[in-house]
Ligand binder design. Structure first.
Ligand code: EPU
Length: 337
């Protein structure tokens, strides 16, 4: 079943709440819907719009937005320890986390409250509080718009990295994710090493799944704006990865600068974009209808009625201020259309 909308207003379909439109939007349910559509219409410009949580529209989109609507969750296997599930692309990410916690299944509790659809989660390998979705994904199933076939990729084939996957590179403009398969488990494996998580969990009486989820939700709510109230797309920028010599130069001047090791590569260091923006004096900065969030400088917000162009102008200003002060380039994590 597919449904086609023409000249559609996107304000309610992007978490930034910017007022832009698209020439056409197609809601689809199955791979056959997509096969029919690509055979009949041969669209040249298309983009998959999941929950619209990580996309910034900067002008009218003069192509076709493909929006999945299938959201079933199926149990594939349960051997008493590991539980394999298949979840279709339009399933809400946090609803999946809430379900896993209620079922006593470990693996995604630290990813509570990340605004995303399940289909979008592997694209940027969503991550928070020391966990990434790549740690539980076994298979990603997608529709290939060249061959018009359904393809299954193993975890290794997805090319996951920090906010990275094959879907942002080789398969960009080719793959439309249909479903994700995850392996969760019944053995408790609390992952409390990041920031204030352990403190919050202990204050709630210890490391149960429910306490971890509650703690993460409390931490996120205290720092990150609710997109229903203040339009935003979570972290607007990626944390930059710089040469070790750059980090050392900065640490000599700013000994308190947060910096993190990058798995398997001692030549580079990851810095915190939020800290750099904050220290460039921009936390809470406002330019007309857009601004930098006052509790987390990584997040750009729409104070109401902003266009995508205004958000981009602010993003460019933020990048240039960080470059001037620290000599470090930061780049958007959000997809800009
Ligand atoms: N910091 C500041 N000022 C700020 C923001 C951060 O000084 O305004 C400092 C913090 O004190 C901390 C460091 O910068 O020392 C890092 O900040 P934080 O722990 O808040 O995490 P982050 O690096 O800013 C990343 C993810 C978030 C995720 C958190 C928690 C990216 C781009 N962002 O943020 O992801 O929730 O870690 O794990 O990697 C998202 O992708 O939308 C998102 C919110």
């Amino acid at each position: 079943m597919k449904r086609i909308y023409n000249d559609i207003n996107l304000q309610s379909r992007n978490s930034f709440g910017v007022v832009e439109s698209a020439r056409e939007l197609v809601e689809f349910e199955t791979s056959s819907d997509l096969r029919d559509y690509f055979t009949e219409s041969k669209p040249e410009h298309w983009y998959v719009l999941g929950g619209g949580n990580n996309t910034l529209f900067t002008k009218r989109y003069d192509g076709v937005l493909l929006a999945p609507v299938a959201a079933r969750r199926t149990m594939l296997a349960d051997d008493g320890v590991n539980v394999d599930i298949r979840v279709e692309a339009a399933h809400d990410w946090d609803a999946l986390v809430a379900w896993s916690v209620s079922e006593g299944l470990w693996g995604i509790e630290n990813l509570s409250m990340i605004p995303s659809s399940v289909g979008a989660a592997p694209v940027q390998n969503i991550g928070a509080y020391g966990a990434e979705v790549k740690d539980v994904i076994t298979t990603v199933e997608y529709f290939d718009t060249n061959s018009l076939d359904v393809v299954r990729l193993s975890n290794e084939e997805c090319g996951f990295g920090y906010r990275e996957s094959i879907f942002k590179h080789e398969l960009k403009g080719v793959a439309i994710i249909l479903a994700v398969e995850l392996r969760l488990h019944r053995n408790p494996t609390p992952n409390l090493g990041y920031g204030d998580v352990i403190k919050e969990v202990e204050a709630r009486g210890g490391a149960t799944l429910e306490n971890i989820r509650e703690s993460i939700c409390a931490i996120r709510s205290s720092k990150l704006p609710d997109p229903k109230i203040l339009g935003n797309a979570g972290s607007f920028f990626k944390n930059p990865i710089v040469e070790r010599s750059v980090a050392e130069r900065l640490l000599a001047v700013y000994p308190d600068m947060p910096h993190y090791a990058v798995n398997g590569n001692a030549d580079v260091v990851k810095l915190a974009a939020g800290w750099l923006i904050d220290r460039a004096g921009l936390k809470g900065y406002r330019a007309g209808k857009v601004g930098v969030h006052d509790r987390q400088a990584l997040v750009l917000v729409n104070h109401g009625g902003a266009t995508g162009g205004e958000v981009i102008a602010l993003a460019e200003y933020v990048c240039s201020r960080v470059m001037d002060k620290f000599g470090v380039a930061i780049s958007p994590e959000v997809n800009i259309l």
